[in-house]
Design a protein around this ligand. Structure first.
Ligand SMILES: [Zn+2]
Ligand SMILES: [Zn+2]
Length: 281
């Protein structure tokens, strides 16, 4: 019997995806998925809308992708099934969102100062939830300055450490692993080997995260090469981490499809068994 089709990492308009949460769950069901995790950046803002329109037969894992860093390197931590009312975690997520807004404003200010025809109002309008760089990128596309959103993510524009890039608040990843656990959730290190996105942390950091209570490692991700997947699979086994897979779907902002990569049922079952914050819907 074929296993469940499980995609544990997707974005909606609550952060930088282009698909509203209630449409995302429908598209997930249409794509033949059995389990979908909604993991918007630093927010649980899409949970309610996704839950309210959940199609029959689709299970929803509520989560978030949390902005973190270690040794000066940015990284993303997936938190699942945590209690969104846990005070300390809710406060940190709120601080991350606030920082995203002021950072985006700074970047828009830099563009305007250089005579680029974009405005804060325009960028704010493009964001349904948390403002992110993709919204600035969309404004640049609308102004005809770059052909696609991806073309804005370069050193000439708003790519990491690029000309119009600004830093944002990030949580120490070991603190974040512990905080999500305190809130009853489980954690998976998102795209640990996505070297194309910027610097990646060493395996020593992944070992430190495992020691801090990390539950899983996202092995199958669109930004991982086959070699990287193989290496991360070995590392997950060595460190006792659950291997997961996902599409990291962002709607029209990226070309990847829902369910492009999947999580093994055994990993999913174990993550759910460990979580005590909120239920799978
Ligand atoms: Zn990410
Ligand atoms: Zn993501």
């Amino acid at each position: 019997m074929p296993g469940l089709k499980i995609d544990l990492h997707t974005h909606s308009t609550a952060s930088d995806g282009t698909t509203p949460p209630e449409v995302l769950v429908r598209e997930a069901a249409d794509a033949g998925l059995d389990v979908l995790a909604l993991t918007d950046h630093d927010t649980t803002g899409g949970w309610e809308r996704a839950a309210a329109d959940l199609p029959d037969g689709l299970r929803l894992v509520r989560g978030a992708e949390i902005s973190c860093s270690r040794n000066g390197i940015s990284l993303h931590l997936l938190g699942y099934l945590f209690d969104p009312t846990h005070a300390a975690l809710a406060e940190r997520l709120d601080a991350l969102r606030t920082s995203r807004i002021s950072r985006a404003e700074r970047m828009v200010d830099m563009l305007i100062a250089d005579g680029v025809p974009v405005s804060w109002g325009q960028v704010r309008e493009l964001a349904d939830g948390t403002v992110g760089r993709p919204h600035i990128a969309q404004a640049l596309v609308a102004s005809g300055l770059v052909p696609t959103v991806a073309d804005a993510f370069t050193r000439d524009w708003i790519g990491t450490h690029g000309r119009y890039w600004g830093a944002k608040l990030e949580l120490d990843v070991l603190d974040a692993v512990r905080l999500v656990a305190e809130a009853g959730g489980v954690t998976v290190f998102a795209h640990p080997g996505a070297a194309s996105r910027g610097r990646i942390v060493g395996e020593d950091v992944i070992a430190d995260m495992a020691a801090a209570g990390l539950d899983g490692l996202e092995v199958d991700h669109p930004d991982h090469t086959p070699e990287m997947r193989a290496r991360l699979g070995v590392l997950a086994a060595e460190l006792g981490l659950l291997p997961t897979g996902s599409s990291d779907f962002h709607g029209a902002n990226k070309t990847v499809r829902l369910g492009a990569h999947l999580t093994p049922e055994a990993s999913y079952d174990e993550l759910v068994a460990r979580a005590k914050g909120v239920e799978v819907l």
